[in-house]
Design a protein around this ligand. Structure first.
Ligand code: PMP
Length: 407
């Protein structure tokens, strides 16, 4: 057995935790047996599991590690704040500092607030839109993930029909399906919520067709609808000033999370002035939301990303990685489709209708010391060097050579 300590820990966990491990890190959501279940330590772009195996990581804590594990600049900022304390009865000066930084970085932002998780922000953003418009309906893209709350979570457990009674879906890049909803629910729509490009789990990523965002912006203006950008997954990995700048449009609200704290828990929403008053009316808080260390980490992370021009770096390293994998697939007689930006690529076997071959490849890659997810997009970080990519490609080459040809 390759992971005895993981298994042993999981057995312990299963006695006291429903399901043993829950959510997206559950073994059932990755590759039972092939992937470790528990991590031990990490540095840069590598981590160790509890059985002493080391991996070059292409998941980066599901995107939360943007600069690299234990990045010295971020760790120093956190250590400095920790000396003073972590959480107090009041926010620290980091709160306005962080908001100032967001309003400097994101061109349309006139204010910013922060929370802990992405879902805190998307759910709050739709409430702000409802408060501003005094309307009920929210339009979202089919198969787009916006968090765990019942209005947007596809899981059926514990949900009631009323949770989604005012949530309506249109298809990515299909303006006709959007216009159909606009005609049907005219004057009832509070917000349209969108990701910068489409990144569904279990499916190819799709970039916007030319004019997609711009048309939606125009329609929102015509109908008095709030346009919310959910930039939680891609934010600051694609563009230094938010992903909307890459696609040439301006939302009214944008939500960020994954990249902005380099592993320290922070999410944020930025907005335009006309939503400032509604923003004060939707109660926004949580026991740990004033955590000063996470805010210090986020300020350091955002500044470091700007200094090293992270998006350009990720584009280069991601392109080296994805073109390398394409070549390896061809060399071994396989056809793979890689979609989305190189900083967050998604791979599948072109002719596969299930994920079996891909799961085998990811399992073999894990044995060879590389973590690739079999049905979620991958993430690159500022810690991946060209040499790390070469090493990872050599390991993936070995994995491909053990994979049987396409069935
Ligand atoms: N929106 C998007 C696009 C996401 O990728 C995620 C997290 N995967 C969320 C919202 C929810 O964020 P969180 O899990 O931090 O609540």
């Amino acid at each position: 057995m390759r992971h005895p300590n993981s298994m042993e820990t999981f057995k312990r966990a299963a006695k006291v935790i429903p399901g043993g491990i829950y959510g997206h890190t559950s073994p059932a959501a990755t590759l039972p047996e092939a992937f470790p279940y528990y991590a031990e330590s990490a540095q840069g772009c590598r981590y160790k599991d509890v059985d002493g195996h080391q991996y070059i990581d292409f998941l980066c804590g599901y995107g939360t590690i943007s600069l690299g594990y234990k990045h010295p600049v971020v760790e120093e900022a956190v250590a400095k704040q920790k000396e003073k304390g972590t959480l107090f009865n009041h926010p620290t000066v980091h709160q306005p500092e962080l908001a100032e930084l967001f309003t400097e970085l994101v061109n349309f932002a006139q204010w910013a607030v922060s929370g802990k998780n992405g879902s805190d922000m998307t759910t709050w953003a739709i409430q702000v839109a409802r408060e501003h418009t005094k309307r009920k309906k929210i339009l979202k893209v089919k198969d787009a993930y916006h968090g765990v709350d019942p209005w947007c979570n596809a899981s059926t457990g514990g949900k009631i029909p009323e949770d989604t009674a005012h949530i309506h879906e249109f298809a990515w890049n299909d303006l006709n399906s959007l216009e159909h909803l606009l005609a049907k629910y005219r004057d009832e729509i509070a917000a349209i919520i969108l990701t910068p490009y489409h990144h569904p789990t279990f499916g190819d990523q799709e970039m916007p067709t030319p004019g997609f965002h711009q048309t939606i912006r125009k329609l929102c203006d015509e109908h008095g609808i709030v346009l919310i950008l959910d930039d939680i997954r891609a934010g600051f990995r694609l563009a230094l000033h938010g992903s909307h700048t890459l696609f040439g449009f301006e939302p009214d609200l944008a939500c960020y999370c994954k990249a902005i704290g380099n592993g320290y828990t922070l999410s944020a929403t930025v907005g335009k002035d006309h939503l400032r008053i509604p923003a004060t009316k939707v109660f926004l808080t949580g026991s740990y939301w004033n955590d000063a260390t996470a805010m210090a980490a986020s300020i350091a992370t955002l500044q470091e990303m700007q200094r090293i021009q992270l998006p350009e770096q990720l584009k280069q390293i991601g392109t080296q990685f994805t073109t390398g994998i394409q070549k390896l697939a061809t060399k071994h007689g396989h056809s793979v489709t890689i979609s989305g930006p190189p900083a967050l690529p998604y791979l599948r076997f072109t002719h596969e209708h299930n994920f079996l071959q891909l799961q085998k490849l990811c399992g073999l890659a894990a044995q060879e010391g590389v973590i690739l997810h079999p049905h979620h997009n991958w993430f690159l970080s500022g810690a991946h060097t060209p040499e790390d990519i070469d090493q990872a490609l050599a390991a993936i080459d070995r994995a491909f050579s053990q994979l049987s040809p396409n069935p």
